[in-house]
Design a protein around this ligand. Structure first.
Ligand SMILES: Cc1cc2nc3c(=O)[nH]c(=O)nc-3n(C[C@H](O)[C@H](O)[C@H](O)COP(=O)(O)OP(=O)(O)OC[C@H]3O[C@@H](n4cnc5c(N)ncnc54)[C@H](O)[C@@H]3O)c2cc1C
Length: 468
């Protein structure tokens, strides 16, 4: 047990033994970079772990897990640090930090890429785009490949190539009892199923191998903004437009304030807007024709639709979601952009106060909805749209208002909810985790958890408890 006296300082002998074999870096409160290393992307999270173990290889991961278990300390696992609720850092416990593990190895003949757990989306894209290929991932390039993949991975290529997990071939992982396992369709197949959506519940992943698909290097990158007063009519026009589009297009409806960015005219910056954003990854000429109809709708304030390098499209939203902003989010899957959904959205987006907050409704369908027979644990493939309502402030000022706004909006949209994407959850309780998977998948995940982590060592996540 952890006693009050041991709680304040780490056991020196145990730490010394850990240090002896450790090839990465151990960071404690005495180190100058402690505050930098404990900070996560969501600035509203302020936790003080006793140890941050910056692992250099799987052996470091094994040693750290053994040390933490021996000392009866909670374990948080960190790769890109973008957990919305900040589950990758823990007060008074140990952080298994994989952010130093940065290898990316492209095999052009096999058309695969092996990625260590500390790699960020932009680092993966830059390596694969050198060969005209990509893995479908997410929309902000400083997000971690690891956490995003383990929850599913939605992004700009999903309607064409599926979720990130749909291109996953194999995973290297360290279990709670310190074993190294490979999971793939042919090895530990049930574990491989669970890792495709089940999050960090089953172990610490040290590397992923993905299949690559041809992409770009140029895509037709679309962004059109209209005044927020036109939200309802633009949402209806978007609904009609996106319904008929082929899988080369992944798009979303957007509500926010126009960003203070160079390519936005000065008079538009800071204005509340409704927008359509998307990526056409087929031939550019066909993309121009596909985008023409929505671009011609009404009188846009801004139309930045143009051919762009895929890597640039992938980082287009980076500036809107920098490290350290205070964030509270709520997500919800809906079957369609019905009149009721649109009316609810229009009512609530008008109440967002912070110029940084945003609401994005991603269109699913296409390859996401055509999984193979053994597609993994991700729930909600049949959803029409994924809503992500995100209240954002620069710091504490105004945060309580934005959080309350997110909650009220989420509560109102709940009448239309068909499920929720697990990677967009805050700490919302067991019922919401079940809602993310559905009860049959949740039961199967629970059985898998009993096999691989019966003591729930890895519980700082969207937790699948081993028993009721
Ligand atoms: C700005 C922003 C944009 C986003 N955009 C998208 C998007 O476009 N598409 C999308 O699908 N999601 C998106 N997300 C959600 C994102 O997928 C999750 O927040 C994800 O968990 C982030 O992964 P990470 O490695 O950066 O996070 P971390 O905070 O490092 O990890 C989050 C959790 O994942 C687990 N985990 C992380 N690494 C490992 C590992 N190596 N082994 C085992 N478990 C691990 C742990 O439980 C950890 O608590 C976005 C999030 C943010 C903040």
């Amino acid at each position: 047990m952890v006693t009050e006296t041991t709680r304040r300082t780490l056991d020196a002998r145990g730490l010394g033994a850990l240090r002896a074999g450790f090839t990465g870096r151990l960071v404690t409160a005495e180190h100058a970079d402690y505050d930098r290393r404990r900070a996560v992307w969501n600035g509203a999270i302020d936790r003080r772990p006793r140890l941050i173990a910056r692992c250099a290889d799987p052996a470091d991961v094994i040693r750290t897990i053994a040390f933490a278990r021996d000392q009866d300390l909670e374990i948080a696992v960190r790769s890109g640090g973008h957990s919305f609720p900040g589950l990758s850092v823990v007060d008074d416990g140990v952080v298994v930090d994989l952010s130093m593990m940065k290898d990316v190895t492209v095999d052009t003949r096999a058309r695969t890429v092996r990625v260590q757990a500390g790699v960020l989306l932009g680092e993966l894209d830059r390596a694969t785009q050198q060969h005209g290929m990509a893995v479908p991932t997410g929309a902000v390039s400083h997000t971690g490949v690891a956490g995003l993949t383990l929850g599913g991975g939605i992004g700009w290529l999903m309607r064409k190539y599926g979720l990130t997990i749909d291109r996953l071939r194999a995973v290297d992982l360290v279990t709670a009892d310190g074993r190294r396992l490979v999971a793939s369709r042919s090895r530990n197949a049930e574990l491989f199923w669970g890792l495709r959506g089940g999050g960090g519940n089953f172990g610490v992943v040290t590397s992923f191998t993905f299949d690559l698909r041809p992409v770009g290097p140029t895509v037709l990158s679309g962004l059109v903004l209209w005044p927020l007063e036109e939200a309802e009519v633009v949402a209806r026009a978007y609904r009609a437009w996106c319904a008929g589009q082929p899988d080369d297009l992944t798009s979303a409806l957007l509500f926010r304030h126009a960003p203070d960015a160079d390519d936005i005219p000065e008079e538009v910056r800071g204005r509340p807007v409704v927008g359509v954003i998307g990526c056409w990854s087929g031939p550019i000429g066909a993309g121009e024709r596909a985008w023409a109809r929505i671009r011609a709708h009404g009188t846009p304030l801004v139309d930045l639709t143009q051919p762009r390098a895929f890597v640039d499209h992938q980082s287009m939203l980076d500036g809107s979601y920098p490290h350290g902003i205070w964030v509270h989010t709520r997500a919800c899957n809906v079957a369609e952009l019905s009149d009721g959904v649109i009316a609810t959205a229009v009512e609530h987006v008008g109440r967002m106060q912070s110029p940084r907050s945003s609401v994005i409704a991603w269109q699913l369908g296409g390859a996401v909805a055509r999984p193979g027979p053994d597609a993994g644990a991700f729930g909600g493939r049949d959803a029409g749209f994924v809503f992500n309502i995100t209240g954002i402030t620069a710091g504490a000022e105004g945060f309580a208002h934005e959080r309350a706004w997110v909650r009220r909006f989420g509560d109102a949209l709940a009448a239309h909810e068909t499920g929720v994407y697990v990677n967009f959850l805050m700490e919302e309780g067991d019922d919401r985790v079940r809602a993310a998977y559905g009860s049959a998948t949740h039961r199967r995940l629970r059985a898998l958890k009993r096999v691989h982590d019966p003591d729930n060592v890895f519980h700082l996540n969207q937790n699948i408890a081993p028993s009721e």
